[in-house]
Write a protein that binds this ligand. Structure first.
Ligand code: NOJ
Length: 731
């Protein structure tokens, strides 16, 4: 029996429907199949008509979707509509920056708007369910799916993930262009060992509660109505079979009212994991754990009815599982939706403008020696545009693009010619066929173009296929001969701006000192070109900040800002490089501290870092009260001044540390942020209210602890902010 205090009438309708359903029809609601060839096969038609399917994924032909819904509504015995799922990950026809890029914008409103527009485009094809946002916190840039994540920090991922949920679902799921959102992959997928996809994850319970769960809780608070399980096993237990995760935590502790879908085939993969003897046992484990819907394994369709008939699974449990699915179908208004609302609209100008703004705010300026950027038009009359990603509308869209239209993409070269074609001469050389290519035959052309130009714009990085699901790398430097290409261009002695498009942080150690400026653009999507050109020429000012740490070397991974201090943190005076150690130095001569001998222990670029064309100064940090009672809040004021000569936007970040606690806590944790725009010379007082609850952490048993004592608090422009104040939490 479904009970819903907020919407009792809907619960009544669900219960009435269940009372009429045969066991076969109930199981049907728990089955999702894929159909992606734009046609409706006779088998699919029959299965929908027979009530043997509750959801179809990957069908985006609006006519086929409309016909499928018509059959489900008009020809199946009980007229239950279908959920039509699709991976709408970062845009639909209009492609937005990859989620990791969107996270660099730290812009809740814009990220929400991005999801809203994507939902509108997807809904116009009949899609009513997206498998997004991906809320897996990850600290391993080797993992290909880091591209799809919102970075390394649970708070940033929570804020932006919740914004996406709101954008997809709105506050009225029955609207024709609202789509159901899915929080995935519950849980711990981002901790995959060695950054290799689908690998096991070993996560202490404290970390699950403190780091991996919060974005899911935030998505639930934002109203998400579906959750997807993760592929990997966590501490030996695949989430698809985890009673603890799905029943104890998700349902009982958090009160999740929606439904859980497996990942693609993750039910029958329980056999490969080694926790089920065969597909039948896999079905039993998954349904018992509370997986409502089987994504394409076909094991629910094959075994559930028998399992109930043999008395192994209670039909009342199946009723509960089905009620949760039907409850969401009612919430989406699918039973009442017009059958002819599906219309295939093209993206409008608004969507492209929004994609441009999001791309613009996601680009991070990593380096800008001698203020080379923005380019001075007078001294940049001739520009050499070199590299495999300067003019590749397909690659700039990034991973997870099924519906993106490469024709809509505007490249850096296009945008440069469009906006500055009259005032500058552009010499374009692709130089390498792909980012992976080692064929250096075009390097001479590239050198010639560089020598004949005032400035060189190198557009390098990773092709889209090098990140995303199952696309992990063990070496995350620029692939192929791109580092060699940089060397070749450096020989020409011209100022070099490097634009990098990539699906992950890269190790840039070997090239960082060779170029004058670096704009890190992630995979920026359809409007990447115009956004980057706006930044190059100062029509816009960079404001993105890193949502993830950039390591100096792969061997540092995992490296992230909110690590614990250790008993022996490295100190500047004792860190010694392998080249500086004398022969036969004694065991303790370089101190026994926590660092590698062959790399500086700091990251290349820290979390929250990003330059602007102007400068911001922080001062006058005040807290009120200095002794704060649990249950109240600390009022924080800080003054931010734009000390440069240009208007710019800054992301003001607030971090805290609990320096003494019953479990060692991270050296810093992001607790709030805001984006502000300041005119040159402008000073503004910024206010944050910090509820004490946000200072709590979870212990080994998953109990929330708010421990009295001294707290430190920093406000500034990165996780290395040095403006600090203290307060005391009293019980
Ligand atoms: C597998 C992926 O892990 C998941 O994120 C995605 O939504 C499904 N396939 C459906 O395509």
């Amino acid at each position: 029996m479904l009970s819903d205090q907020k919407e009792p009438a809907k619960a009544d309708r669900v219960n009435a429907l269940i009372a009429e359903m045969s066991l076969g029809e109930k199981v049907g609601q728990m089955v999702q199949v894929s159909s992606d060839d734009g046609t409706l096969t006779d088998t699919l038609r029959d299965n929908i008509r027979g009530g043997r399917i509750g959801s179809v994924l990957n069908q985006v032909n609006p006519d086929v979707v409309a016909e499928m819904q018509r059959i489900a509504r008009d020809e199946s015995r009980l007229g239950i509509p279908l959920l039509i799922g699709r991976d709408v990950i970062h845009g639909f026809n209009t492609v937005l920056p990859i989620p990791l890029g969107q996270a660099a914008s730290w812009n809740r409103e814009l990220v929400q708007k991005g999801a809203r527009y994507s939902a509108m485009e997807a809904a116009s094809r009949g899609v009513n369910w997206t498998f997004a946002p991906m809320l897996d916190v990850s600290r391993d840039p080797r993992w290909g799916r880091i591209a799809e994540s919102l970075g390394e920090d649970p708070y940033l991922a929570s804020e932006l993930g919740a914004a996406m949920v709101r954008g997809f679902q709105t506050d009225d799921l029955t609207q024709a262009d609202s789509i159901l959102s899915c929080a995935k992959h519950f849980a711990g997928y981002g901790a995959t060992e060695s950054g290799r996809d689908y690998n096991s994850a070993n996560i202490p319970d404290t970390e699950l509660h403190n780091t991996y769960f919060p974005p899911f809780q935030a998505a639930l608070a934002a109203g998400v109505q579906s959750v997807m399980t993760s592929f990997s096993d966590v501490n030996g237990e695949p989430p698809t079979a985890s009673v603890w995760l799905l029943r104890k935590i998700l349902r009982e502790k958090w009160g999740f009212p929606g439904f859980v879908v497996s990942d693609w085939g993750s039910i029958n993969e329980l056999v490969s994991h080694g926790v089920a003897e065969n597909d039948c046992e896999a079905a039993q484990l998954a349904v018992n754990a509370g997986v409502n819907m089987d994504m394409v394994s076909n094991v629910y369709a094959s075994y559930l009815q028998d399992l109930v008939e043999q008395g192994i699974i209670d039909e009342a449990w199946i009723d509960e599982m089905v009620a949760q699915i039907l409850g969401v179908k009612f919430k989406l208004g699918l039973f009442e939706a017009s059958l002819d609302t599906v219309d295939s609209r093209l993206p409008t100008e608004n969507h492209l403008n929004m994609a441009r703004q999001l791309a613009l705010e996601s680009v991070v300026l990593l380096k800008n020696d001698q203020d080379l950027l923005p380019l001075d038009i007078e001294s940049s009359q001739t520009i050499a545009v070199i590299g495999p990603l300067a003019d590749d509308g397909y690659e700039q869209m990034g991973t997870w693009v099924f519906d993106g239209d490469a024709e809509l993409s505007q490249t850096v070269l296009d945008a440069l010619k469009d906006s500055h074609g009259n005032s500058t001469t552009v010499r374009h050389v692709r130089a390498l066929d792909t980012t992976r290519s080692y064929d250096a035959r075009e390097f001479d052309h590239a050198r010639t173009a560089a020598r004949e130009s005032d400035v060189v714009l190198l557009v390098l990085g990773e092709e889209s296929i090098l990140s995303g699901e199952a696309h992990c790398r063990s070496d995350i430097r620029l692939p192929g001969a791109q580092e060699a290409l940089i060397e070749a261009i450096v020989e020409c002695g011209k100022p070099i701006v490097l634009v990098i498009m990539a699906g992950r942080p890269l190790v840039l150690d070997a090239i960082v000192d060779k170029v004058d400026a670096i704009l890190f653009a992630w995979h920026p999507g359809s409007m990447g070109g115009p956004a980057i050109v706006d930044l190059l020429f100062g029509d816009a000012v960079p404001s993105g900040k890193l949502p993830i740490t950039f390591p100096r070397a792969v061997g540092q991974i995992p490296i992230f800002y909110s690590h614990r201090n250790t008993g022996r943190p490295p100190s500047k005076d004792t860190v010694t490089h392998v080249d500086d150690i004398e022969a036969r130095a004694s065991q303790t001569s370089i101190g026994n501290q926590s660092f590698h001998l062959d790399v500086d222990p700091s990251p290349q670029y820290c979390f929250g870092y990003g330059l602007s064309y102007t400068e911001f100064e922080y001062s006058e940090l005040t807290l009120q009260p200095l002794r704060v009672k649990a249950g109240s809040q600390v009022e924080i004021d800080v003054c931010v001044t734009n000390t440069g000569s240009r208007e710019g936007e800054e992301i003001v970040q607030l971090y805290t540390r609990d320096p003494v606690a019953s479990l060692a806590r991270p050296i810093r944790e992001l607790k709030d942020f805001c984006r502000i725009k300041l005119a040159p010379g402008e000073r503004r007082h910024i206010h944050f209210s910090l509820p004490t609850d946000i200072l709590a952490f979870f212990d080994r048993d998953g109990r929330k602890r708010l421990e009295p004592g001294r707290f430190q608090l920093w406000v500034g422009g990165s996780s290395e902010a040095d403006l600090i104040a203290d307060f005391e939490l009293v019980g």
